[in-house]
Design a binder for this molecule. Structure first.
Ligand code: PMP
Ligand code: GLN
Length: 385
């Protein structure tokens, strides 16, 4: 087909296809065990599935209210109060979204203008930068510091300018599994107090935290929360990434602007899924045991690969494990990851794709949200490399 118009100017000239789509597609093409894109390979709870079915059969199949089903917003308010002692008004301060991806895009679109600067920490989840750029904003990339991927707050302070409009944090952190501490949150609070800087806090792995660490939600810090939008994902929490359901909580003045955009990005979110989650989430065990469940998976995976040549980068959250392959190869992360798929049959994600300049640390990210048999098969291969 002849394209018309011919030389269309891309709004995102540096953006290719998401690395998650690329690696999952490659895993499929080569029949590799897919530990790349983050999604569980075990089923969603029967109970939750039957609830969706029930609500579909009962006829809850038309548009939900624009900000989300009242019963689900009430349940989110209760969950946020229970976990973080924070009070959000379900009427005006909670919006159900089509996953955290939409929440993030919506928040950035609602607040970022031409020439605004947004601080992000690298390695950074892939959806932040394109959203910032589409709004004409400038991402300001600050490197997390090795070996434990921590934030150097004095550097953050130095990089703030009169144009800084937002800081995006992510804890527990994808891809490294690092977690922010109470003192990190206090620093963030101090640095942004009495400024016009908003905080976007990506907390999709809020329940997937290990080794006795406690999730430091922005919601725990009232001053900080007063200028923050917090993003969560039911996809992670209920092993249902394909349902694309999540939410944003923020104070009323921010949520008012968020909803102005939300209504034209998606308007409303899948109705039967909202009904089902509203009921399922009443039982707190359905989310409070997730950390232990995934810690056992992480520990099992690490035990299985303990005799491999890969070096483990310690992680305290998410369902990802970063492994260093510098004892095995000098190749770039992408080259090594492709070889691992094509020649060995295991798919991972090259962490270089979470950096603007595709920085190579000779590390790959492996998702351990998998059945034990899947982990065993993958580990057997990794141990032979
Ligand atoms: N932020 C991070 C850090 C993620 O890892 C993901 C997805 N895995 C998202 C946001 C998007 O979440 P969702 O699938 O709910 O859109
Ligand atoms: N967040 C998931 C990951 O990090 C993938 C989500 C997606 O494919 N967009 O692998």
């Amino acid at each position: 087909m002849n394209p018309y118009p011919k030389n269309i100017a891309s709004k995102l000239p540096q953006t290719g296809t998401s690395i998650f789509a690329i690696m999952s597609q490659m895993a499929k093409a080569h029949n590799a065990i897919n530990l790349s894109q983050g999604f569980p390979d075990f089923p969603v709870s029967e109970k939750l599935i039957s609830l969706v079915h029930k609500y579909m059969q009962q006829g809850f199949n038309q548009y939900a209210p624009m900000p989300g089903l009242p019963a689900l917003r009430d349940a989110i308010a209760e969950k946020t109060r229970f976990l973080y002692s924070a009070s959000y008004n379900p009427e005006t301060e909670i919006t159900v979204t089509a996953g955290a991806t939409q929440a993030i895009f919506t928040a950035i679109s609602a607040f970022i203008r031409e020439d605004d600067e947004v601080i992000i920490f690298e390695p950074a989840y892939d959806s932040y930068v394109p959203a910032i750029k589409l709004c004409g904003g400038t991402p300001v990339n600050i490197q997390l510091k090795l070996p434990d991927y921590h934030i150097d707050w004095s550097e953050v302070k130095n990089r703030i300018t009169s144009r800084t409009k937002m800081i995006i944090i992510n804890t527990p952190h994808n891809p490294t599994g690092s977690v922010l501490s109470a003192s990190d949150m206090q620093e963030l609070d101090k640095i942004t107090r009495h400024t016009g800087i908003l905080v976007l806090s990506d907390e999709v792995y809020e329940h997937i935290i290990f080794d006795g660490y406690e999730h430091q939600s922005v919601c725990r810090y009232p001053e900080l929360a007063s200028r923050s939008l917090v993003m969560c994902s039911f996809g992670k929490t209920f092993h249902a990434t394909g349902w694309k359901t999540g939410y944003c909580v923020a104070p009323e003045n921010l949520m008012k602007e968020f909803r102005k955009v939300h209504q034209f990005v998606v308007f409303a979110v899948n109705t039967p899924a909202q009904h089902a989650i509203a009921e399922y989430i009443q039982d707190k065990n359905n989310y409070t045991n997730l950390g232990q469940f995934y810690q056992e998976k992480r520990d099992y995976f690490l035990k299985l690969i303990s005799n491999s040549k890969f070096k483990v980068i310690p992680a305290h959250g998410t369902y990802f494990q970063v492994l260093d392959y510098s004892n095995i190869s000098d190749e770039s992360e992408m080259d090594f990851a492709v070889k691992l798929i094509k020649e060995k049959g295991v798919a991972s994600v090259p962490n270089s794709h979470f950096y603007k300049n595709h920085r190579n640390n000779q590390t790959l990210r492996f998702c351990f949200a998998k059945n034990n048999q899947t982990l065993e098969k993958a580990a057997e291969i990794l141990c032979q490399i």
